[in-house]
Design a protein around this ligand. Structure first.
Ligand code: FES
Length: 496
């Protein structure tokens, strides 16, 4: 018998279980409702729970052998898993996609984010997801955003090599760990598919990213790249392939294209927004895709906020109308992360503490003892960031000649979209008020796009059509952007 300690939003419970049965079965028998769209066959990857000391596991595949502490998904996370099923495709596994180089072929889909990297390990015999691993991108030590990493390459002779080594060594560590745990070797790793922004893909392949940051912003490549195993820096079968998915431009990357490709065709007109230092925005109208990238700056990542910090333990991640703060890890606050600052500024606007122009008389104190506060300059940073994103949306709508009444949905992709309060984002003017009720966070759509590419050949033709039918709108060249940007700086006070 082993003991399972379960932490959920209902509290903490300890249960006894037998060794050798899946965590999903153990949890189910104890009355926990684990979301399992594929019925425990390892296909959907949505029955994830967090195991202390191990990380995120697929609960239907994970069999604990000793006492284990399990953290169940919070309501927000669980909601996103449900919405992923509702809005993202799950193509049937096609066995033919396996290169057939070994008896136990493994594929890996990677969402190569600037901040977070997620790996999905797929069994290429039955299509089951064996493991999901994630880690902070080790390139963070060279800069938190793409421009600072490109600058590092520009200013250091060995910069590109250092950045490439940082990410490939970490990916190799994860893949080697996975293979060793199962008694496999790198020859079993036959295919890797990567989605990421244009800069991240250049750094992975060791291609010079500097042209991405210099006018006319022409990357070395935007098309799909295929590297044979023996010419890649990833430890895979020498005859296997490392594939990076196609990008649209220097600042609309394969992460957006893969995310768009995996959306179910539920609507004719919809927006797809990934908020980060560069807000990547796509507007789909029928078969045409208008896309742009809006330079929002690092405010939503906490970087340009006086008490800002990343969304890690100690960060204020939420703020309610009764003044209650949510802190990651339930400890004393050390700073404010993106979702926290969005909540706080929206609250200040709702209460009239910040006026329509963004003026606030005194700094707003969040936690006196730890000197956590929001300053006038912080409000300014948020105004700049929210106006960039909203103006990008408005420009695309103008180019397509449609109004918000014609837009059926707005999908929020990526990590930040998972955690912000949609109500706060609307109150702030970051997202359009007219679309309230039609805004859906779809989580890691780029990673799911790469995963679907790995398991089925259907998505490749979708990606091809998307690229072919896309119109890239360069906001730095858009004559109406400065006016839009100025107009959208103000806050609209809606209700108290
Ligand atoms: S229930 Fe689908 S992977 Fe576990």
């Amino acid at each position: 018998m082993i003991r399972i300690r379960c932490i959920s939003h209902d509290g903490v419970r300890e249960i006894d279980a037998e060794e050798g049965i899946s965590l999903q079965t153990i949890l189910r028998k104890s009355g926990y409702d684990i979301y399992s769209p594929c019925g425990g066959r390892g296909r959907c990857g949505k029955c994830t729970v967090w195991v202390s000391g191990v990380g995120k596991v697929i609960s239907c595949r994970y069999k604990p052998t000793s006492d284990t502490e399990v953290i169940l998904p919070g309501e927000n996370e669980a909601g996103i898993l449900v919405r992923q099923t509702e809005f993202l495709e799950d193509f049937p596994f096609n066995r033919e996609i396996s290169p057939g180089l070994s008896n136990s072929p493994i594929g890996v889909a990677i969402d190569l984010g600037t901040t977070t990297v997620v790996l999905y390990f797929l069994n290429l015999i039955d299509g089951a997801i064996e493991k999901i691993a994630s880690f902070l991108n080790p390139q963070m030590r060279f800069g938190s955003d793409v421009i600072s990493r490109i600058t590092y390459c520009q200013e250091n002779d060995t910069g590109l090599q250092e950045l490439q080594n940082a990410i490939t060594e970490r990916i190799n560590f994860e893949t080697d760990t996975f293979l060793t745990d199962r008694g496999l070797v790198s020859g079993n790793l036959e295919k890797i598919v990567v989605a990421g922004n244009t800069t991240m893909l250049h750094l992975l392949l060791g291609e010079d990213p500097v042209p991405i940051a210099l006018a006319p912003f022409t990357p070395k490549f935007t098309s799909k790249q295929i590297k044979k195993g023996d010419s890649s820096k990833i430890n895979i079968n020498p005859e296997g392939h490392l594939i990076t998915l196609p990008c649209l431009s220097a600042y609309v990357g394969a992460d957006i294209i893969a995310g768009l490709a995996v959306l179910k065709p539920l609507f004719k007109n919809y927006l797809f927004v990934d908020i980060g230092t560069n807000g990547e925005i796509a507007l789909v109208t029928g078969s045409t895709v208008y896309a742009c990238s809006a330079a929002a700056g690092p405010a939503f990542e906490g970087a340009s906020i006086s008490c800002g910090m990343a969304a890690v333990t100690g960060a204020v991640s939420g703020f309610s109308d009764d003044g209650e703060i949510q802190v990651i890890g339930n400890i004393a606050p050390a700073g404010i992360c993106g979702s926290g600052i969005v909540d706080i500024v929206a609250y200040l606007v709702r209460k009239g503490i910040v006026d329509g122009t963004g003026f606030m008389k005194d700094p707003f104190v969040i936690h006196e003892a730890n000197a956590i506060k929001v300053t006038r300059q912080d409000i300014r940073e948020i105004q700049l960031a929210k106006s960039a994103i909203f103006s990008g949306i408005r420009i695309l709508m103008k180019r397509a000649g449609i109004g918000f009444g014609d837009v059926e949905a707005l999908y929020l992709a990526g990590g930040f979209g998972n955690y912000i309060s949609i109500r706060s984002a609307v109150d702030l003017g970051l997202l359009p008020e007219e679309l309230e009720g039609r805004i859906f966070a779809v989580g890691n759509s780029a990673g799911i796009g790469a995963l679907q590419y790995l398991r089925s050949d259907e998505i490749e033709s979708r990606i091809g059509r998307l690229i072919e039918n896309s119109i890239y709108v360069d906001l730095s060249e858009a004559e109406d952007f400065p006016e839009e940007f100025a107009m959208n700086m103000d806050f609209q006070q809606r209700s108290v």
